[in-house]
Ligand binder design. Structure first.
Ligand SMILES: C[S@@+](CC[C@H](N)C(=O)[O-])C[C@H]1O[C@@H](n2cnc3c(N)ncnc32)[C@H](O)[C@@H]1O
Ligand code: SF4
Length: 393
């Protein structure tokens, strides 16, 4: 059993046009010191209810954690330690970095604190495209940040965004050529996702070109020694994100801060999920008004922020998260969590998906086929179980 903590830092230099995360342009939210005060209170309130305090992973995400003073990141980690969470050399400690927000002083503070993994929001090395999605930094800033990280000989990843309006296959090829020069240990390529009618939904490469883009990414990253281990994640052997693996391997995690989600398997048979409000006012109100409720996080949070899973929901989640991984769904793990009758039900669905070429058989179960990766939503909808399809216990 692994356990990790996610801490959300909702500060950004700008709001990117495509972004749907709970973040604010920095002048539109309380000063970071005040936000961290709320976080410290949340840690104090929630810590007593968490049984497993050995942290396999810590992940500072956002937003832009590298935008706030590094000392505040230290304060948060020290409070976690004070409340009994164990950190050490065994802890994978990641921080998300935006280009043009890192300097030697911050870096020293991070490294002294034990940060051992950096995730850079590169997106694209094309200035015109960066501007078109309202990003402040330019490609040179990203190159400088990656060059800077490289001098430390540390583990870093970067995000690539593709399928942007006006972007061509040649643009993407150039992005990959530039980024891979830095020999990253990990890359997360994301195809732009925006709702219909969104300003960025116009002028995008057609669907077959988006597929060709992912094929190009796959080919280039494999050549660079990075293997795909999840739909949108590639790593050198042994350098997969252990934190993200928690999410996909049905492990427990605690999310702190605005909009952060948590998952616990200890307090109910099929697990519970609970999450914080995604507006800063809602989050502040929760911390200010609900100390008693927060103390008992696993059964007293307001309804909209808390869900006790039923068996069909736990099974649906288990199938979806397992299939995101290229190792796929393991029959023995499913059997260990559920029962033979449930495995039989899933086997029937998976066999039908194999016959439609969306899944393929693996040594221990099933995984998405190449076509299935592209059409994963179709495969996932077939593996969505309703309450009347299996008994609640
Ligand atoms: C939570 S963001 C934080 C990263 C960092 N703040 C940045 O923007 O560089 C994590 C990643 O999600 C991806 N992302 C955000 N919005 C997206 C969208 N609408 N479609 C696809 N990927 C998106 C981006 O690649 C981004 O780097
Ligand atoms: S910097 Fe990152 S988190 Fe902030 S708005 Fe842009 S994509 Fe979203």
């Amino acid at each position: 059993m692994s356990f990790g903590v996610y801490i959300h830092i909702p500060y950004c230099i700008q709001r990117c046009t495509y972004c749907d995360f709970a973040t604010y342009e920095q002048s539109r939210i309380m000063p970071p010191q005040n936000y961290v005060e709320l976080l410290l209170r949340e840690i104090k309130l929630k810590a007593p209810a968490i049984q497993n305090k050995r942290l396999d992973t810590i992940y500072f995400g956002g937003g832009t954690p590298s935008l706030i003073p590094a000392e505040l990141i230290v304060t948060i980690v020290r409070e976690l330690e004070k409340q009994g969470f164990e950190t050490g050399p065994h802890t994978e400690f990641t921080i998300e970095i935006n280009p043009a927000t890192l300097d030697s002083d911050k870096m020293k503070t991070y490294l002294d604190l034990g940060v051992n993994r950096f995730s850079v929001g590169a997106q694209t090395f094309n200035d015109k495209l960066l501007k078109s999605v309202n990003r402040e930094h330019n490609a040179q800033d990203t190159l400088d940040t990656l060059t800077f990280l490289k001098t430390y000989n540390i583990n870093f990843s970067f995000d690539v965004l593709f399928g942007l309006p006006g972007q061509t296959l040649a643009d993407l090829k150039r992005d990959l050529d530039i980024g891979l020069e830095f020999s990253p240990s990990h890359v997360s390529p994301y195809c732009l996702t925006v709702p219909n009618g969104h300003p960025l939904s116009k002028g995008r490469p057609p669907e077959d070109e988006q597929i060709a883009m992912f094929d190009l990414i796959d080919e280039r990253l494999l050549l660079a020694g990075l293997s795909r281990y999840e739909i949108s994640n590639y790593a050198k052997p042994g350098l997969e994100s252990r934190h993200n693996l928690l999410y996909w391997m049905d492990q427990e995690y605690l999310g702190l801060g605005l909009s952060a989600h948590s998952y616990s398997k200890t307090s109910s048979k099929w697990g519970v999920r609970y999450w914080n409000p995604s507006s800063i006012d809602g989050y502040k109100a929760l911390i200010d008004s609900s100390p008693e409720r927060l103390k008992n996080v696993t059964d007293n949070l307001p309804d909209e922020g808390f869900e006790t899973l039923l068996k069909n929901q736990a099974l649906t989640d288990f199938c979806h998260i397992s299939l995101r991984l290229m190792n796929g769904l393991d029959q023995q793990s499913l059997l260990a969590k559920f029962d033979q009758q449930t495995l039989d039900l899933v086997t029937g669905r998976c066999q039908s998906l194999v016959s439609r070429s969306l899944l393929e058989e693996s040594a221990n179960g099933w995984r998405l086929s190449k076509a299935g990766i592209t059409l994963s939503n179709l495969a996932f909808s077939e593996l969505t179980f309703l309450a009347n399809e299996l008994p609640a216990h």
